[in-house]
Design a protein around this ligand. Sequence first.
Ligand code: GLU
Length: 373
Amino acid sequence: MFRKFPRKIKTVVVKVGSSVIATNQMKPRTAHLQSLVSQISAIRRQNINVVLVSSGAIVLGMGELNLKQRSSELSSLQALAAIGQTILMRKYNELFGKNKQKCAQVLLTWDDFANRSRHNNARNTFRTMLDWGVIPVVNENDTISTDEIKFGDNDKLSALVASLVQADLLVLLSDVEGFYDIKGTEKKIFEEIKEITREMEGLASGDASHLIGPDDQAAKKNMSRGGMSAKLNAIKIATQAKIPCIIAGGETKDVLLRILKGERVGTLFMENEEKILARKHWISFGAKAKGFVTVDQGAKQALLKGGRSLLLPGVVSWEGHFKKDDVIVVQDENRQEIARGITNYSTTMLQAIQEKKGQREMIHCDNLVLCER
Ligand code: GLU
């Protein structure tokens, strides 16, 4: 029986991990890349837009310099990414060219999502490339990404890109065949998941690295940043934007073609029934919080009921330097995050009005998103 996706797939985002891209010796896996690129080109010929999010820059940079150990120093990783990214793109250009398909390089940082106008600008650029039938090949702009503006892993980047281009499907290809249900010594791949439960999160944090061979494990240390937890976090971002996701093995034959045909390959995570509005999705996942406000018990209870704004009298204190219209985290007195929202007040304004708080709204309910817990 074939899978039925919730809607016709017009745009798909495919994310490939470093282990799919590079050998244990940190050189491009040409045969794999060839197959990946020819599948993507075939999908494009079916008039489906494809965005490829590809890792592999750092690993290929290491291979180029014959380094055996991944450095933990930020500047070394950034330099390696700069070296490896050109190797990666040269390979993609050559292989897409052989398939008479054009591709383009897109390097992003979190700032490109966090800033609303850059976010919209990026969306238009993607739209134009897709309209022209070009395959955008996306990676994090590691060379300039400092901790402040880093995504951290390409799984998350791919989920944000999927929501940016309003994709109909996100496919995460890695060295595991799907998301495993492990009971004692038994393991089997979940075929379809409607909702990620706490138990599943537990399985993911145990990581599936024991499911791959010992040689691969050593190499994996140099390659992956993500792991299964990062994948689930990314999937939560995408499914909340109503985008179904699939985790599948990058080495499975014709994996992409089969997935798009509806074959039951890997694990399918269904979209959330309730789509959160684009702006609320951006508040939760796209924007980087610029500060915190701590609220009292009364305000916390009111917010948790839903549909309520955060009023100034409930605010106990604040941290960080935020401006009006920045996204901030709302936390309770135990520092538990309750919500995120766009503030109507900057820290300077808060200081100035400290004594006369009134019933003014610090965050309007339309600009406030409760955390799911
Ligand atoms: N951007 C990194 C690279 O291309 C990889 C990040 C990841 O795999 O999550 O090397």
